[in-house]
Design a protein around this ligand. Structure first.
Ligand code: NAD
Length: 340
């Protein structure tokens, strides 16, 4: 029997998680919860997704031609697990309602770590998520960093990490952001990214510095890793190529030397909304000097956490007993592996 899943909050992350759940063979999307009757409620209902709403708000949705399938509590009664994709901080406020109905929940990176029993990143700690009632999937930048760090650590060993994060100012749909400046985010070291990585790898020696740039497309990371032993370019490139969630591209040979061009590539390849689930690592920007490794990568903030959300659902419900089993299904049914 398929696992019954609900999605509470249908914004940037929620709508992508909902679609991903619908494409998985072992999951069924029972419905999504919408708070306001905006354009996304129309796109959801056109796709045949049942829309649940807060009690008392039914009339507002009927006015835009969408008949709600029921209230939030009615959705919660019918699911095994809810993915809470509400604005950062609201998930903690929703948690008592999940507890009331005995429903497991996956929270997002905008929540404080203590919202859940475990902060989660598939390659690092899938097993810690097994059968947990509450899991928090770490944020977009942290997911991008942890995929790299845990892959390198498993095969070569990681002694310490220093990272510079060039953040996008806002998501494309948001009418906000900086225009003509580069801003410290925050004016302190470390930025919250190193601290967020430590919610998954508490003993890792990591520092991060973050800047906000006036762009909406992707983040860019410059990552310096001290390995536990000497390595070489061939070994590192082979390792990075070994999982579909990391895509290696060549800036000079392919003419892909900017986030704008990467987004155009994803569009041309037919990715819906140009969603890029993979860490995009520039092959030209990988350098190994004995134990010292430098990597530059781009991360699509709107899509990168979607595979890990699907894996977190599987871990919590025990649908796959290990990371490899879950990743194989997630990656196959989301068609992950840009340029493979
Ligand atoms: P969003 O603002 O795009 O979407 C949030 C949705 O939740 C909206 O549709 C809103 O109407 C709805 N909502 C309002 N109140 C709610 C409530 N009480 N309960 C449930 N839903 C409610 O936000 P988002 O960008 O999708 O972010 C969701 C979470 O994902 C946050 O924790 C955020 O930090 C995290 N995240 C965001 C990104 C990103 O780049 N956008 C990347 C990774 C993780």
């Amino acid at each position: 029997m398929k696992a019954a899943i609900g999605v509470n909050g249908y914004g940037t992350i929620g709508k992508r998680v909902a679609e991903a759940v619908r494409s998985m063979p072992d999951m069924e999307l029972k419905g999504i919860v919408k708070y306001t009757p905006d354009y996304t409620v129309i796109t959801a209902s056109r796709q045949g997704i049942p829309v649940y709403v807060p009690e008392g708000k039914e009339g507002l949705f009927e006015e835009v031609g969408v008949r709600p399938a029921g209230t939030i509590e009615e959705l919660l009664k019918s699911v095994n697990l809810v993915v809470d994709a509400s604005p950062g901080g609201k998930g903690a406020l929703n948690k008592p309602t999940y507890a009331k109905w005995g429903v497991k929940a996956v929270f997002e990176g905008g929540e404080k770590p203590d919202v859940a029993e475990v902060s989660f990143s598939t390659l690092c700690n899938y097993n810690e998520g097994l059968d947990k009632r509450y899991i928090r999937v770490v944020s977009c930048n942290t997911t991008g960093l942890l995929r790299l760090i845990c892959l390198l650590d498993r095969h070569i060993g990681v002694k310490r990490v220093r990272a510079v994060i060039v953040r996008r100012a806002s998501d494309p749909k948001e009418d906000k952001g900086i225009v003509n400046t580069i801003k410290l985010d925050p004016p302190a070291i470390p930025s919250h990214h190193a601290l967020d990585v430590k919610t998954v790898l508490p003993n890792l020696d990591i520092e991060s510095v973050a800047l906000i740039a006036p762009t909406t497309l992707m983040h860019v990371h410059i990552v310096y890793v001290r390995l536990k032993r000497e390595s070489n370019l061939n070994e590192v490139i082979e390792l990075l190529s070994s999982i579909p969630r990391i895509a290696l591209i060549e800036a000079s040979r392919m003419g892909l030397d900017s986030t704008g061009k990467i987004v155009e590539l994803a569009r041309d390849l037919g990715r819906k909304r140009y969603d890029i689930y993979e860490n995009i690592v520039w092959r030209d920007m990988v350098k190994v000097d004995g134990e010292d490794l430098t990597i530059v990568q781009a991360v699509h903030q709107e899509a990168i956490v979607i595979p890990e959300n699907i894996d977190a659902i599987r871990a919590s419900l025990g649908l796959a007993s290990n990371a490899e089993e879950s990743m194989e299904l997630t990656d196959r049914f989301l068609n992950i592996g840009l340029l493979r």
